[in-house]
Design a protein around this ligand. Structure first.
Ligand SMILES: *Cc1c(COP(=O)(O)O)cnc(C)c1O
Length: 437
């Protein structure tokens, strides 16, 4: 199907500068102090096309979801085709071919046999948590402890928020959040001299925590995203896995960000040698086309919910569970990943020479790289999400045709797989030019 011509103005008149719409409310945005958002009329590959024709390279994949590229033709066609056949059906009473196909494929890729659908990353985590918790109740166990890592981010709904590190985001809700035990996250970077020691300390802390009967341990394999693009070594995660298995606790891999090639393997946990009992997926699942979440569970977990007693049932579900359009997009996205695995497996080597060069800049601290994600910190006295240094870089890059969204002083590039060598080089050149001297 030919792609429609890209519009450069809205139907209702000449281009206007960015403004706040009187009826919309943007996420994670203080509208009183932020510049108004520009109007996006189209996306094409790695680029966003703004009103007036300005183009920006989307160097963070629109909040980490746009996996292959914007408006990718085969996914668009699959969604359109599915919309003409079956747009939605109640999944408590029916199954459909796209869901079956997706279930078979994700089971084969992950080794986790059972797929439970939800709508986004937070709910995929909620389902993993509720499943882990109820699995123990169904066995008449009173294991209660939950363990998560310092700096973790697992989503914005209450359960996911409770699992995440306490922060500016969760502060107003503090009294409503259940208790979670915390283990240090030995984040590392190039030329980090203290890594072994940090890992030993974290594992020692985990050993101590696991002396309490533990229901589940949750982690973001290889890469903590929203917590500041904080990377750990695979060997550390294997140390965690060993201890969690020995303690008989369940391991939940939150692969909402890291799944689908983001860290160089289809799933970061499997690439690192982990064997999670539950896995939460979203973001890249549909190639970034439709909101959908998935929680994968091992057959052993699933069997814990089967039986004559209705109380064993997982009483959880969403109106749009297994939406056929989302499943069609996910299957089309998996086709692309399977046709060209070198696109994600080889991405780290595309970043590397650029990051090596950038790392020599005096304003670049803690350069680090995993798969499609390259990051570094700016030197600041008061690190954190509210640090304004990143926002200055964001504005500067916008002027140079690149869209980034730093996390405080943490600058990162997390581009779609389709980004060309020239576009990637432009991102790094723009970054270098925008850095403080
Ligand atoms: C984004 C994210 C979530 C939450 O997903 P949403 O779709 O935004 O609800 C959960 N966990 C991780 C690791 C994430 O990066």
């Amino acid at each position: 199907m030919p792609r429609p011509a890209l519009p450069t103005t809205t139907d209702h008149g000449a281009p206007t500068p960015g403004r706040w719409h009187p009826h919309l409310w943007h996420p994670f945005t203080q509208e009183a102090t932020s510049p108004p958002p520009p109007l996006v009329l189209a996306g094409e590959g790695a680029e966003l096309v703004l009103e007036g024709g300005e183009r920006l390279i989307d160097a963070i994949s629109s909040w980490w979801v746009t996996l292959h590229g914007h408006a990718e033709a085969s996914i668009a066609a699959a969604v359109a085709d599915q919309a003409h056949r079956l747009e939605q059906v109640i999944f408590a009473n029916f199954r459909h071919p796209q869901a079956e196909r997706l279930g078979e494929r994700l089971a084969a890729l992950s080794g986790l046999e059972r797929l439970f659908f939800s709508d986004n990353g937070s709910t995929a985590v909620e389902v993993a948590l509720k499943t882990a918790w109820q699995w123990w109740r169904n066995r008449d166990s009173d294991r209660r402890q939950l363990i998560a890592f310092d700096g973790a981010y697992h989503g914005d709904t209450f359960g996911a928020m409770a699992l995440g590190a306490r922060s500016l985001f969760s502060a107003p809700f503090e009294p409503l959040l259940f208790e979670v035990a915390r283990c240090p996250w030995p984040a590392t970077w190039w030329d980090d001299g203290d890594c072994n020691e940090k890992e030993q300390q974290a594992l020692a802390r985990l050993d101590a925590l696991l002396e309490v009967p533990t229901a589940a341990v949750i982690l973001e394999p290889l890469l903590q995203g929203a917590g500041g693009m904080r990377m750990v070594r695979p060997a550390f995660l294997r140390g965690v896995q060993e201890r969690v298995s020995a303690a008989g606790a369940l391991l939940i891999a939150d692969e909402v960000l890291t799944g689908f090639g983001r860290c160089g393997h289809v799933f970061a946990s499997l690439g690192a040698g982990l064997k999670p009992d539950l896995m939460a997926l979203s973001k890249g699942l549909t190639g970034g086309f439709l909101p959908m979440g998935v929680t994968l569970a091992s057959e052993r977990i699933y069997q814990g919910f089967r039986g004559e007693d209705p109380r064993l049932t997982l009483f959880h579900g969403h109106s749009f569970t297994a939406n056929p359009l989302g499943c069609a997009a996910a299957n089309a996205s998996l086709d692309l990943l399977e046709q060209a695995p070198e696109r994600f497996a080889g991405f780290e080597e595309r970043h590397r020479p650029h990051l090596q060069r950038l790392a020599r800049h005096p304003a670049v601290r803690r350069p680090r790289l995993v798969g499609t994600v390259a990051a570094f910190d700016l030197p600041v006295d008061d690190p954190g999400y509210l640090n304004p240094r990143g926002r200055a870089i964001q504005a500067e890059l916008r002027r140079r045709g690149v869209f980034v969204r730093p996390l405080g002083e943490v600058i990162y590039l997390l581009p779609p797989l389709c980004i060309s060598d020239a576009q990637l080089q432009h991102c790094y050149e723009a970054l270098e030019a925008a850095l403080p001297q």
